[in-house]
Design a protein. Structure first.
Length: 170
């Protein structure tokens, strides 16, 4: 069970505060993210340093650990339907991130960063639709670079994602 569920959320599960569907989604998210991410949330050397310094190894080492724990805690009070939508959104964003950025040159990454900075520096509220798209693009870029995303998506995940693309065209 330790590989499926991060220690940081075991108390919530043991207290019975999560439905079986939610637990299954959390297991999926951890496995999904760990399969497509080539980078760790905390590198092994940093984890060892923290353990030496504080006497305890961090629970959250992989990006799968991070997203599983973050979703479990930050969405704890929302209904299962809303939680399921959040899981689907994260899954969609990860696939979209890889598709958008996998073949881009560095200048596109730089453009996203500089455009995002310009938008957020000048505005306090009320973004246009185009600005909202750039803000979201920055999130996707950060997923791509921070996680080191690779195409380890399953055939069913890509079919699911492409179903959204086909629906958008219709």
């Amino acid at each position: 069970m330790k590989d499926l569920i991060n220690e940081s959320i075991m108390t919530m599960i043991n207290e019975g505060s999560m439905s079986l569907e939610r637990i299954n989604n959390l297991i999926y998210i951890k496995a999904f993210i760990d399969r497509i991410a080539t980078k760790k949330y905390i590198e092994e050397e940093a984890a060892r340093d923290l353990e030496r310094k504080y006497g305890v190894r961090p629970d959250i080492i992989t990006w799968g650990d991070y997203f599983q724990s973050e979703m479990a805690t930050s969405l704890m009070v929302v209904p299962d339907e809303e939680f399921n939508r959040a899981v689907e959104t994260l899954k969609f964003d990860m696939v979209a991130s890889w598709i958008i950025f996998c073949e881009k040159e560095q200048d596109f990454f730089d453009w996203v960063d500089s455009t995002h900075a310009a938008i957020t520096e000048c505005k306090e509220k009320g973004f246009t639709e185009e600005e909202e798209e750039v803000l979201h693009l920055k999130i996707l870029k950060d997923y791509y670079t921070d996680l080191g995303l690779v195409n380890n998506f399953t055939e069913s995940e890509m079919k699911w994602f492409n179903g959204f693309q086909e629906a958008k065209v219709v």
